[in-house]
Design a protein around this ligand. Structure first.
Ligand code: PGA
Length: 258
């Protein structure tokens, strides 16, 4: 983390878990345990039907609510889809874009780029996810692959908008597997992502963009991961479903840094 130049963000990704009633229960419990005083930005990205309950429960707090996906179009004949401006109107501040689980369902880099643009247009903060498979890592393709995902995800996004984008590095082999990247492995990739952003937008902007790590981050390993200079927070799946674990991770994000 480097709090001088950029925000620290701890974001939950609930995936397809919890009903609206369970959301209300969770948020009330979480609220009662939330650390007092100054702390990092906190967000919960929840299933679309849980957004109203989450927004209502967190209204008077600094916790932001987000969605897990959006459509790239503003409106129209897209049965079952949700537009970015609908999410804003429902009270969302964030949207996850390009999660590997959605890419596995057929989302392309062009789709992801269009969604990032749609989110920014609607004034939602996109959390752009990138990450390599184990095979790509073992074949030495990781750096090029992630650089390509970043370049295509940010294609056509100007300097005025890039500051609103949050990047999440999520190695596919670490998601939901209990296999976390070591702090050094995660730092290496997050540093490379910042280098790619520096080449695209310059040093000042690269220094200001928050880059999160995701993939089996939990209350036990968060401290060491977040101590790395280029890891500015976490995108947390499994552990974000348990209030006490999220609170511990937020405490880890409040550790002193230079
Ligand atoms: P995990 O999920 O923490 O359960 O590995 C992270 C994510 O997919 O965002």
């Amino acid at each position: 983390m480097n709090r001088k130049y950029r925000k620290t963000i701890i974001a939950g990704n609930w995936k397809m878990n919890k009903t609206p009633s369970q959301t209300k229960e969770f948020m009330n419990e979480f609220k009662s345990m939330m650390p007092k005083g100054r702390w990092c930005d906190v967000a919960f990205c929840v299933p679309a039907v849980c957004i109203p309950a989450a927004v209502r429960a967190m209204r008077e707090t600094r916790v932001g609510i987000g969605a897990e996906n959006c459509n790239a179009n503003a409106s129209g004949a897209y049965t079952g889809e949700i537009a970015a401006n609908m999410l804003v109107d429902a009270g969302c501040k964030y949207v996850i874009v390009g999660h590997s689980e959605r890419r596995a369902m057929g989302e392309t880099d062009m789709d992801v780029n269009a969604k990032v643009k749609a989110a920014l247009q609607a004034e939602l903060i996109p959390i752009l996810c990138v990450g390599e498979s184990l095979e790509q890592r073992e074949l030495g393709l990781m750096e090029d692959w992630i650089s390509m995902q970043i370049k295509s995800g940010l294609n056509g996004i100007g300097e005025d908008k890039i500051r609103k984008v949050v990047i999440a590095y999520e190695p596919i082999w670490a998601i939901g597997t209990g296999k976390t990247a070591t702090p050094d492995q995660a730092e290496d990739v997050c540093r490379n992502i910042r280098t790619v952003i520096r080449k695209l937008y310059g040093a000042k902007i690269a220094r200001a963009v928050s880059i999160l790590y995701g993939g089996s981050m939990n209350e036990k390993n968060a401290h060491d991961l977040l101590a790395q200079p280029d890891i500015d927070g976490g995108l947390i799946g499994g552990a974000s479903l348990v209030p006490a674990k999220m609170v511990e991770i937020i405490h880890a994000a409040n550790q002193p840094t230079d």
